[in-house]
Design a protein around this ligand. Structure first.
Ligand code: AQP
Length: 339
């Protein structure tokens, strides 16, 4: 073996995406994007702003354009390094949409009908139950399978969609021969599901109509403090993690995620102190934790030339990685070669 040849196993490949449907929430940050940055050295990472997914819900064109650029800058501000990861915008790589069509012919109507996110979103957007909302999981399968990703970091809300992507990959492989890697879920060690501050039985969501329900990662300190002070709790006045205390459990989870403290340590820290004190402490810890992200975002967003350069490089890399897979898929299904 040549002296310089590496014996290290190739890095596993990770794919994940986030919708440009608004400023990321503390939920998107703690549950997803913050962890993406930590994976960059150990894995080959591909991260994208999934604008094709975003239009399954009504978006104003100017707003979508702004939100996409902001989401890209936010992704970098949260620690994604475009030198280490492939970071791009989904619509810049047409292979996602092309593969999605082929995969939709290996996806059953019945399995899509069972997707709970489709049911939730069609209830929330009853005036716009479009076919894209229904086939969203097929596009998500294409996003992942186009890169032959080994692992997909997902929140609990995306489990069902990943299961579908796995089923589609297996079905295609069985029918046409080994083509796709069957992806596994990656559950981050310190990821957590962050709930709404106004209804802690619901997840915190970018598109929540109640602005107090949601902490956005670009909120200033006063806004963050105000939202935490108004957070829904209970009438016990005891800071401890227990079933039935959804509001306090959520605040403790958030506090633990930004300070690194365990639930027991938090219980001891706030023993005998009221909820008022606790909410102030959570608000301050979150605001301090997010301040560097906000500053980095402001710096990056002001440098459009740099952002555009990163986007162009990322899209080019993404295109090259996926074209080979798509060509193989086209050969396997029997399309005539494009000369
Ligand atoms: N509340 C949450 N807690 C933990 N993780 C969360 N994620 C979303 N909300 C929470 C994770 O963020 C990643 C990107 O999500 P997305 O933008 O693709 O869409 P989403 O899950 O539908 O997020 P939102 O904020 O609720 O967006 P809207 O309101 O537009 O639908 C995913 O990994 C998700 O698990």
């Amino acid at each position: 073996m040549c002296q310089h040849e590496s014996t290290a196993a190739p890095k596993k490949r990770i794919f994940s995406g986030i919708q440009p449907t608004g400023v990321f929430t503390l939920g998107n940050y703690i549950g997803a994007v913050r962890n993406w940055g930590k994976l960059q050295d150990e894995y080959e990472c591909i991260y994208c702003i999934v604008d094709l997914h975003a239009i399954t819900v009504m978006q104003g064109p100017a707003e979508l354009r702004n939100n996409t650029m902001r989401a890209y800058a936010l992704m970098l501000a949260c620690g994604i390094d475009p030198q280490k990861s492939v970071a791009f915008i989904q619509s810049h790589n047409p292979n996602h949409a092309e593969l999605s069509w082929v995969l939709s012919c290996s996806t059953m109507f019945g399995e899509l009908s069972r997707m709970t996110q489709f049911k939730d979103k069609s209830a929330r957007h009853a005036d716009n139950i479009n076919a894209g909302l229904f086939t969203y999981p097929v596009l998500m399968a294409a996003d992942i399978l186009a890169y032959n990703a080994d692992l997909v970091p997902i929140g609990a809300d995306q489990k069902q969609h990943l299961e579908l992507a796995r089923n589609v990959a297996v079905r295609f492989n069985q029918r046409f021969g080994d083509t796709f890697t069957v992806p596994e879920p990656y559950v981050p060690q310190n990821g957590a599901r962050v709930m709404s501050l106004q209804d802690p039985t619901k997840k915190m969501s970018k598109s929540d109509e109640n602005a107090n329900a949601c902490v956005y990662i670009l909120d200033d300190k006063d806004t963050i403090m105000r939202k935490f002070k108004r957070a829904v709790t209970d009438s016990d006045a005891e800071v401890c993690y227990r079933e039935g205390k959804d509001g306090i459990n959520n605040l403790m989870t958030i506090y633990g995620c930004v300070t690194g403290k365990t639930m027991d340590e938090i219980t001891v820290e706030f023993a005998g102190r009221g909820y008022g004190d606790f909410k102030i402490a959570v608000g301050e810890a979150v605001a301090d934790h997010l301040a560097p992200v906000r500053n980095e975002y402001a710096r990056l967003y002001a440098d459009k030339a740099y952002l555009n350069e990163c986007i162009a490089t990322g899209s080019e890399q993404a295109y090259r990685m996926t074209r080979k897979v798509l060509s193989k898929v086209y050969r396997r299904v029997g399309f005539v070669d494009h000369k």
